[in-house]
Design a protein around this ligand. Structure first.
Ligand code: ASP
Length: 355
């Protein structure tokens, strides 16, 4: 075993590297993150080339390069073009590193993690997103733990997936969702156990880790931006839904009630969805509930299937949205996009009904 792993850290922004400005609010500042990392003895052994960790309990050091984007961003400002840039940068450096850590704001981290999972087809190395709720410059922070944990897993375990590491857990990226805006245990993957849990020991759940792909890395950079998500609510009018589904919309994630239900006592909403499906809009049904799945238990759910809406099983809304942008970006025929939308491509949904 080579005693040093090489990891590329892409620093995109987020609270982890922010500094309080004169008005007392956090903002990203160029160059600040790497400066802070260098000051942390756990993250950088001053007797070694910049940046190298001390050896782990298994005797392995991690040497990492930090590649910082010119303008670090609050992740609320990221869009599909940023996802494409991250994927491109990973592709360019793919052969030079054993693994990748993407340092990112927490607000849209689950979206980026999902998007990268779809964009990086044939991924055979770990790509781990992490960030923090408290900046690394603060005395009490979660940045150090999260960064050290993400680097440690990236440098020690050949997990061929896009993961999200936060608060002692590695989650599958396309299963993760932000569940807490204040607490440090900010992410969960409600329908899949963590891939790794870090306590006294590091427990990797290899049964849930995806197999290493046999095909080479293929990076899909074209995403269709004409996708949207709509949370159904009691009393939604036909007019509002019609406006939402109007061109140029090509794909819609419909967040429905419970196990995938929508009002079916009149043709108001169902009729609009049917008409949009017939026009070629791909509509993907996911539940508003954190746990469980869309299943055809009720007539109110079956009506959606009859209207051409694709059941999204137990996908998160984040995974569903980025999956539609990816699938529609491939240029495949709409029927094929619909078929693939309901299938597991990167472990983002459970295909078989449990039990
Ligand atoms: N607003 C920040 C961001 O998403 C929040 C964070 O990083 O925790 O960039």
């Amino acid at each position: 075993m080579d005693p040093t792993s090489r990891v590329l850290v892409l620093y995109t922004g987020g609270t982890i590297g922010m500094r309080r400005n004169a008005r007392g609010v956090y903002e990203p500042v160029r160059g600040w993150f790497a400066e802070q990392v260098e000051k942390q003895p756990q993250l950088h052994d001053p007797t070694q080339p910049l940046f190298t960790t001390r050896p782990s309990s298994s005797g392995r050091r991690i040497h990492y390069d930090i590649s910082a984007y010119e303008q670090p961003l609050d992740s609320a400002n990221l869009d599909l073009s940023h996802w494409a840039r991250f994927a491109t940068d990973i592709e360019r450096a793919y052969d030079d590193y054993d693994a990748f850590v993407v340092v990112h704001g927490t607000d849209t981290m689950a979206y980026t993690a999902s998007a990268l999972a779809f964009m990086l087809e044939g991924l055979a190395k770990p790509v781990i997103l992490t960030g923090a709720q408290i900046p690394i410059e603060q005395l009490r922070n979660d940045a150090l733990d999260n960064l050290l944990g993400a680097l440690g897993i990236a440098g020690h375990y050949a997990i061929p997936e896009v993961g999200l590491y936060f608060h002692h857990k590695l989650l599958r990226g396309c299963r993760a969702t932000k569940v807490d805006a204040i607490g440090l245990d900010a992410f969960d993957s409600p329908n899949l156990p963590p891939l790794v849990e870090v306590g006294v020991d590091v427990d990797v759940d290899w049964d849930h880790v995806l197999p290493t792909p046999t095909t080479p890395l293929k990076v899909h950079k074209t995403l269709d931006p004409h996708v949207a998500a709509l949370r159904l609510y009691p009393g939604m009018t036909r007019r509002i839904l019609e406006n939402f589904l109007a061109p140029p919309l090509a794909g819609l994630v419909l967040e429905t009630f419970g196990a995938g239900n929508a009002p079916d006592r009149s043709d108001d909403l169902i009729g609009v969805l049917r008409e949009a499906s017939e026009r070629g809009v791909v509509i993907l049904n996911v539940s508003q509930c954190l746990r469980g799945r869309v299943r055809p238990s009720y007539a109110a759910g079956q009506a959606l299937v009859d209207a051409g809406v694709v059941p999204g099983a137990d996908m998160t809304p984040e995974a569903a949205l980025s999956k539609l942008a990816f699938l529609l970006g491939t240029g495949l025929p709409v029927d094929e996009v619909r078929r693939l939308a309901g299938r597991s491509l990167r472990g983002e949904l459970t295909e078989d009904e449990p039990g």
